[in-house]
Design a protein around this ligand. Structure first.
Ligand code: FES
Length: 103
């Protein structure tokens, strides 16, 4: 199981051990990470699980599908590294990844 570090807007870093094959959002919620309310519970509709993925891991994360991009397009504080944490599937390849919380 990979270790993933969540970074708050104030710079606070919290590293969690995430469970493979579940989403990054679930890893955050299960580990009580602030800033990811995940209001739609992973249905890819609320955008409250917005994160920025580390450059080094951007191409390793699961592919962004059309529905995720539609939600991202409606949000204001996005950039090229933005993903919805509920749409990123955890795997051992993500070990060491840093994720900035964007909400
Ligand atoms: S939890 Fe709602 S879009 Fe990810």
């Amino acid at each position: 199981m990979p270790n993933i570090t969540f970074i708050q807007n104030n710079g606070l870093e919290q590293t969690v051990t995430a469970e493979n094959d579940l989403s990054l959002m679930v890893a955050a919620v299960d580990n009580h990470i602030d800033g990811i309310p995940a209001i739609c519970n992973g249905c890819c509709s609320c955008g409250t699980c917005l994160v920025d993925i580390d450059d080094d891991y951007l191409t390793i994360t699961s592919t962004k599908y059309f529905g995720e991009q539609q939600v991202l397009d409606k949000l204001k504080n996005t950039n090229a590294n933005s993903r919805l944490a509920c749409q990123v599937i955890v795997s051992d390849k993500l070990d060491g990844m840093k994720v900035k919380i964007s909400n």
